[in-house]
Design a protein around this ligand. Structure first.
Ligand code: DLL
Length: 444
């Protein structure tokens, strides 16, 4: 990857990390995709027994790919394929050829690992630098990186991306929130990287310490790793005095930087199509959907050496758009991911995502944006309850928690269409996030 930033002024609002790649004509993107897709299919067929078996069982061979549309004949990869081949059988490179190994948290069973060659790490840093520049980060910026460092890809992903772009990184990781606030106050970073829920936690702790982050130099927040609503975005922008930008990624595919909003439009995340091929499928029929239709995002890697993924089903629900963007980047945009299909709750026939509940709660006066949803059985039926917190000012006033709970219940019923129990908690009673927030507790 050739970074062309040396020839541009970093003060230019249209600054790009890799202008040639980011603005190439769409026909050229498709040519590159076809060539790289062939390479990836051959690579897995030759080196990964799982893929050879899966292709053979589906009666397909890499030689049969003549156009991008032919990819639809190739089988999907799902999370269980990674678990079944744990730890190393899904790799297309011998373990000795790896430079780093990350792993998923494994909360739902056996963990899965992700391996990277030196080249993979180099491309990841480049794509994260591209993403960050699109989000408004510039060489010379000081970046406060509160994504967790370790097996989670957030910390090191943002770290090396920022360094590649030419920034100074404060590698603070998650947790120790008062110390984070002191560092933001003392070191004057202009960029904050964290999950949106942790950014909110930082805002709250800062307010408690009497530190006005909105008055400090921080002017961009690069938030991602979990779904967050537009209401949450407005709240973060206001309380932290910054422009927040959405960054998307997943460890199986790379980590953060698979796609990122540009700060020009903040309307959909540019997915880097010279390295990934994006499809949206109907999760029921598994058929590819047309541009603009909502369904499950499926990603194929085009340049990964250690762990190429063919048609990986992300479970994330979104839409794609190739409408030209005001920023000049030609790569398609992934609309904000509002939830995963496995997060979807079906309550008496109504489909509900946690982010819909969040939109209602964050829009209501007197409530803090801290909430948790509980799923439980009521007889044979599924039911939900919501814990939400009252704002400290409201807690000391006359506002009756029971009346507030009734109001919240009414709003959820009228906007989303589900009946749920609501419990209004006192300030600090809903658990705070230091990384990805736990929004749903399943008690069924
Ligand atoms: O969360 C990578 C990442 C780190 C992305 C830092 C952005 C910033 P995983 O832990 O493997 O990787 O989780 C991936 O998180 O499939 C989505 O369900 C969710 N997710 C990630 N980014 C977003 C986002 C990292 N911007 C899973 N909006 C994905 C909504 C997101 N959901």
């Amino acid at each position: 990857m050739t970074a062309s930033h040396a020839t541009q002024s970093a003060n230019d609002p249209s600054f790009m990390f890799d202008r040639d790649a980011e603005t190439m004509p769409r026909t050229q993107i498709r040519d590159i995709q076809l060539e790289r897709l062939k390479w990836s299919l051959e690579r897995v067929y030759e080196n990964v027994p799982h893929y050879r078996r899966a292709f053979d069982a589906a009666g397909v061979h890499p030689d049969q790919l003549n156009s991008l549309a032919d990819l639809r004949h190739f089988p999907f990869t799902v999370k269980t394929d990674l678990r079944d081949n744990y730890p190393y059988d899904i790799l297309a490179t011998p373990v000795g050829g790896l430079s780093r190994i990350h792993a998923s948290s494994g909360t739902t069973g056996k963990p899965t690992i992700v391996g990277y060659t030196k080249g993979d790490l180099d491309r990841w840093a480049g794509l994260m630098a591209r993403s960050m520049a699109g989000a408004g980060v510039r060489p010379g910026d000081v970046v406060h990186n509160a994504y967790g460092y370790g097996l989670f890809t957030g910390g090191l992903g943002a770290h090396y991306g920022a360094e590649r772009l030419g920034c100074a990184v404060i590698p603070v990781s998650g947790g120790g929130t008062e110390r984070q606030v002191s560092l933001i106050r003392d070191l004057g970073p202009v960029i904050l990287c964290s999950t949106p829920s942790y950014a909110l936690n930082i805002a709250e702790v800062a307010e408690g310490m009497g530190v006005d982050i909105a008055a400090l130099p921080v002017h961009r927040g690069l938030f991602g790793a979990e779904p967050w609503s537009n209401e949450m975005r407005r709240q973060l922008d206001r309380r932290l005095g910054l422009k927040s930008v959405d960054v998307y990624g997943l460890s199986e595919i790379m980590g953060p930087g698979v796609a990122c909003e540009c700060d020009v439009a903040r309307d959909g995340l540019h997915g880097w199509e010279d390295h990934f091929l994006f499809e949206v499928i109907d999760p029921e029929t598994l058929e590819p959907l047309a541009m603009g239709e909502a369904g499950e995002l499926v990603i194929t890697t085009l340049t990964k050496e250690a762990m190429p993924m063919i048609r990986y089903r992300t479970r994330d629900i979104t839409r794609l758009t190739d409408v030209p963007c005001a920023c000049g980047r030609t790569h398609l945009r992934i609309c904000r991911v509002t939830g995963r299909d496995d997060d979807m709750m079906i309550i008496r026939g109504v489909n509900v995502y946690p982010s819909q509940i969040e939109s209602v709660l964050v829009g209501l006066e007197g409530l803090a944006p801290h909430y948790q949803i509980r799923l439980f059985k009521q007889g044979a039926l599924d039911a939900i309850s919501v814990d939400v917190e009252i704002l400290p000012d409201t807690a000391d006033g006359e506002d009756d928690p029971a009346a507030k709970a009734k109001e919240v219940r009414h709003h959820i019923k009228s906007i989303i269409g589900v009946t749920c129990d609501v419990s209004v908690k006192r300030p600090g009673e809903v658990p705070r996030s230091e990384g990805k927030a736990v929004r749903v507790v399943d008690l069924r």
